[in-house]
Ligand binder design. Structure first.
Ligand code: CTP
Length: 420
């Protein structure tokens, strides 16, 4: 990667097959406006949806399509093409190209470049929701992430095929912002080397926990994990080294974040302990307050005529309270949420004191607010100084605001924490 933000940066953009391919045209515009050089590779599938001419016009560069093009090879060999960029981006990344990347297949120019490159790779998947949820795709993605490939999206919403769910390519501005960050630019044009949270570390909990009853059943809640995942992403965008400890969700792992997957509250606590020390901990998970006291190793059977079983519950560890306990390993800043169904400020203020955390984001999760499991959030930011109502906004907007407050607080606190 180039050393300074003033040097032009270069990406190799691989456009694979998918109806969302039209969105990359707008992404190219965003990137060109910021001075990023974009060289496009169009797969045969991609060419069904966008033309080489549109890519050429917007990128103002040659578009490569053919592995065995004599002209291209004599002008620039495919190995060189794969290494000239600072970043390789695959958008949209179809289920097919992800599978080929996982297997190391290289039967066209795009897959050959992906196998030959020595540069970081960012993929933006887009496909039908069933294809996205298929175990094959999810396992391929997990393998690619383990190999260091970054993933952005997909997003949830209505799909061109008429179905609804995860599978939509991220919007062009978000994709461009993710690319700029990977290239070392902040989205406002500054260099991330001056990122406000560079050198800082963060721990974020997210999602629900699943408390096993027996090998096949569990107790759970409706948390989607959206708020916690967005916070992890926002902190990483400001340069923090982030560990996200997540219960089972349907969300993809955020790019640039180390995600640890757990199921129960006890597993979450132990993963959080392993992530310490950190400068800041944000507990956004909806941890089950209770677990089943005596989990059986055998499936509980339904006996003819017998009364239904009674589940005895036992209290789960309180992760936020544990992290907030005073002591040498305590993060400099401990932030929690207060999910309340009324009297948010009073209950949130009391919860802040009870849990020993520095800040609490109180939110109303009453039926009808759509907060729990939904995309929007309306929070009261509660600190020692009092409560402040933030305007209702997307969970991403809440995450961005919280990340800015964290950066300001840690910046003002001056000293680097123990986590460097
Ligand atoms: N929390 C936690 N571990 C638990 C329970 C909650 O870390 N076992 C954290 C949540 O991540 C959140 C905060 O504590 O940041 C408050 O969660 P909430 O569900 O509002 O409160 P509870 O402690 O569960 O109390 P109550 O359900 O009585 O309101």
């Amino acid at each position: 990667m180039s050393d300074t933000a003033s040097e032009p940066r270069r990406i190799l953009l691989i456009v694979s097959g998918g109806i969302a391919a039209y969105k990359v045209l707008e992404t190219i515009r965003h990137l060109r406006r910021r001075g990023v050089a974009v060289r496009c590779v169009l797969t045969a599938g991609g060419a069904q949806f966008v033309t080489p001419l549109s890519l050429h016009a917007l990128s103002e560069d040659k578009v490569y399509q053919d592995l065995f093009s004599l002209t291209d090879e004599s002008e620039m060999g495919h190995i060189e093409l794969s290494r000239q960029a600072d970043l390789v981006v695959v958008a949209p990344a179809s289920a097919d190209i992800l599978a080929k990347m996982t297997a190391g297949l290289c039967d066209d120019l795009a897959t050959t470049l992906l196998l030959a490159t020595d540069k970081p790779v960012l993929v933006a998947p887009a496909m039908n929701v069933r294809m996205w949820e298929h175990a094959a795709t999810q396992e391929n993605l997990a393998t690619l992430i383990r190999r260091g490939i970054s993933v952005i999206g997909p997003e949830e919403g209505p799909m061109a095929c008429g179905e609804y769910g995860y599978g939509r390519l991220v919007e062009p501005d978000r994709l461009a912002a993710a690319i700029l960050r990977r290239l070392g630019h902040d989205t406002d044009g500054t260099d991330t080397k001056q990122s406000v949270l560079a050198g800082r570390s963060a721990l974020v909990t997210s999602g629900p926990t699943h408390e096993p009853i027996d090998p096949v059943r569990y107790i759970a809640n409706r948390s989607s994990g959206r708020q916690g995942h967005a916070i992890a992403e926002a902190l990483a965008a400001l340069g923090a080294r982030v560990t996200l400890v997540s219960g089972p969700t349907r969300l993809p792992d955020p790019a640039g974040v180390t995600t640890v997957h757990i199921e129960s509250a006890e597993e979450m606590l132990s993963a959080c302990r392993s992530a310490l020390p950190v400068d800041v901990a944000v507990c956004a998970a909806a941890v089950a307050d209770w677990k089943v006291a005596a989990r059986t190793g055998e499936k509980i059977k339904k006996e003819e005529g017998a009364a239904p079983p009674t589940l005895a519950l036992a209290e789960n560890p309180d992760i936020l309270k544990t992290l907030g306990q005073p002591g040498p390993g305590r993060p400099q800043l401990v932030v929690g949420f207060a999910a309340e169904t009324g009297d948010v400020v009073a209950r949130g203020t009391a919860k802040r004191a009870r849990k020993g955390c520095d800040w609490i984001l109180g939110n109303d999760v009453s039926e009808g607010t759509g907060t729990f499991g939904g995309a929007e959030n309306s929070v009261h930011f509660i600190t020692e100084a009092g409560a402040e109502a933030w305007p209702t906004g997307s969970k991403r907007a809440v995450a961005d605001e919280l990340a800015r407050r964290i950066a300001a607080h840690l910046g003002a606190a001056g000293e680097r924490g123990a986590a460097e």
